[in-house]
Design a protein around this ligand. Structure first.
Ligand code: ATP
Ligand code: MG
Ligand code: MG
Length: 304
């Protein structure tokens, strides 16, 4: 790509909030490395479906042209539209980081877990149901109480409940059932002691990892639930697991969450738009630049 040798790349950041730490850092890193980057608000983009000349337009009618790459940071509530836009950029020949297929797949948590198992990755013993269900059997299936109940649509730790006894388990499951929610029932990994690992993967390498520790009296390690982040040394097995999980979903960039059990590391979930704030501040690493460098490599771009 000779045309790129002397000029920066033309990059779009497809996201929702330009003031978010992660988005600010990505813009800053791209500019620092000599690229042109524009923020595109997902909701302000629209598209023309055309077999020969597909287009994406931006509020006011601006046609988005000559992009080399689009960095996709799609929030869960905008998965459908964000993936459609990403697909449109792909049909225009634009490199997307992550791709629409990978994002869509990773957003289906149940399907993702099924794919993980197929890849040989261990997860906590998990049951899944829609209502109406046999509550007693569902509880037994995952080894009885204490157990974890998760709403499939929950994020940031909301919708994740620890039921300590069989009675509590029945109440929680029945309550969720009456909401007609898809629910996941999972063995409680007590020995994790309110901690989990977040491994940041770029292009098949773990570039940083942190341990998140839940606030006192809390089992959820989410930062949004008062958890704190610290640096951690991960084992080779954990590293392999994180890399395989990202690969299984086809994610070029991923935040892989792992819980340490007495039988080794177990995969909790994989995030296709992992946040940068917690991991950059705990490790002091410039993850945003690593993401930009990954795009440069893919497109064969080099600094003069
Ligand atoms: N089976 C389990 N055993 C012990 N602790 C768990 C288990 N599942 C989850 N946790 C704890 O609860 C936290 C939140 O769970 P999880 O990551 O599954 O949901 P979430 O963060 O709400 O989902 P999302 O990341 O999609 O927003 C985890 O980070 C972990 O600390
Ligand atoms: Mg989580
Ligand atoms: Mg998550």
């Amino acid at each position: 790509m000779d045309s790129h040798l002397n000029n920066g790349l033309k990059v779009g950041l497809l996201a929702s909030n330009p003031d978010l730490y992660s988005n600010k850092r990505i813009i800053e890193a791209a500019r620092q490395r000599g690229h042109q980057i524009d923020f595109f608000n997902i909701k302000q983009c629209y598209m023309k479906l055309d077999a020969v000349c597909p287009e994406v337009h931006y509020r006011g009618g601006k046609v988005l042209k000559d992009l080399d790459a689009v960095i996709t940071r799609i929030r869960p509530s905008l998965t459908f539209y964000g993936c459609a836009l990403t697909r449109q950029f792909e049909s225009m020949g634009v490199f997307t980081f992550n791709s629409s297929d990978a994002i869509a797949q990773s957003r289906d948590k149940l399907y993702s877990l099924q794919l993980m198992l197929k890849s040989g990755i261990d997860i906590p013993t998990t049951g899944f149901a829609n209502s109406p269900i046999d509550t007693t059997d569902l509880i037994e299936m995952v080894g009885g109480a204490p157990l974890i109940v998760k709403l499939l649509e929950g994020t940031q730790g909301r919708g994740v409940v620890l039921a300590e006894t069989r009675k509590a388990s029945e109440s929680v499951i029945n309550a969720f059932k009456s909401l007609k929610a898809n629910l996941l029932v999972q063995e409680f990994i007590k020995e994790a002691d309110g901690k989990d690992l977040r491994c940041f993967v770029i292009d098949g390498k773990v570039v940083a990892s942190i341990q998140r520790t839940a606030a006192p009296g809390e089992f959820r390690a989410n930062i949004h639930q008062g958890g704190s982040a610290s640096i951690v040394k991960i084992t080779p097995e954990e590293r392999r697991l994180a890399i395989l999980a990202a690969k299984t979903l086809g994610l070029k960039v991923a935040g892989v969450d792992i819980i340490r059990s007495r039988n080794g590391p177990l995969l909790l979930e994989v995030n296709s738009s992992p946040g940068l704030e917690g991991i950059e501040s705990a490790t002091g690493k410039d993850i945003a630049s690593m993401m930009v460098v990954s795009i440069e490599k893919k497109l064969g771009w080099r600094i003069r």
